[in-house]
Design a binder for this molecule. Sequence first.
Ligand code: NAP
Length: 320
Amino acid sequence: MKAIVYERYGLPEVLEMREVEIPVLGDRDVLIRLEAASVNRSDWEGLIGKPLYARMKGLRRPRRPILGSDVAGRVEEVGSAVDSFRPGDEVFGDVMHHGGSAFAEYVRVPETAPIVHKPATVTFAEASTLPQAALIALQGTLGRIEPGDQVLVNGAGGGAGAFAVQMAKADGAEVTGVDNGLKQEFMRSLGADHVLDYTRTDYTKTDTGYDLILDLVCERSMFAIRRAVAPGGHYAAVGGTTRALLSAATVGRLLSTGGRRIGVLMVRPNKEDLLRVADMVVAGTLHTNIERTYPLDGVPEALRHLGEGCALGKLVVEIA
Ligand SMILES: NC(=O)c1ccc[n+]([C@@H]2O[C@H](COP(=O)([O-])OP(=O)(O)OC[C@H]3O[C@@H](n4cnc5c(N)ncnc54)[C@H](OP(=O)(O)O)[C@@H]3O)[C@@H](O)[C@H]2O)c1
């Protein structure tokens, strides 16, 4: 099969298209022929090897030679002990923690991986945008918002942020989106009531107390962040520098006073949440915002577009 492979951390030039073996199926495995894969910040981080946590599976050189986590495609073959999928089924999900990689023609995952049937009215490209980004947004907002709450999404113009703004609005919040100057109109189009350009305004100095801050690019001090959290409010760091995330997990806990909860959100990919976000797309309450699509050999260009800070919402690789 064709796959986009890399052997050392670096810029997109280190990626190349190669012929590699199609994974061999075990009794409990499913082989998926990919139609689409979406690009996430985590792929960029895995490519350049930064922040440090991106090297967890290979300190000096990448041990997983094919990047990509979010897939949508058709089941090609199933192992003899598989009973929830059949060849021809249309599926989507997150393969990263199950030995799989997305920027290839086929992927093999165990039946128990967070892979589910794709609703017929959702395209493969749309479905591929959901696994990582929409689950971050869902688990970052679900059960944490009351109507009228002030919610701030830091990194609202990116993949997870674009979903989080929509979900917070659907829950009745007044939403502030923070991202770079190029993404202000895009955040408004998602429903953000207020938008801030992070290159000009520090949201921790705006005198607003937020009931929920979902931080996709944590980099500020926890003391500054605490000032921006309303009493009883919640701050969840999702991505960012290793130092800031460690600080959120440790200093954040110490600063969790006055009913405030400050910490890190560890997202758990699972089948139930995948079905839940797919249902929102079917119902028309969640839009996938695909900015551009690329062919498989366009993965380096897609990653460069994301890494240069230009991507609005999601980028998708169409493989079939
Ligand atoms: N905690 C978990 O369990 C978990 C699970 C999966 C993924 N993650 C992490 O989640 C993070 C977010 O993913 P994503 O796919 O949504 O990323 P993304 O699509 O790149 O979106 C991030 C957005 O934040 C913007 N941004 C950059 N610096 C900023 C700043 N200082 N202030 C405000 N906005 C800023 C980016 O704009 P520019 O274009 O200007 O850079 C971009 O629009 C990644 O770091 C990923 O590793 C965490």
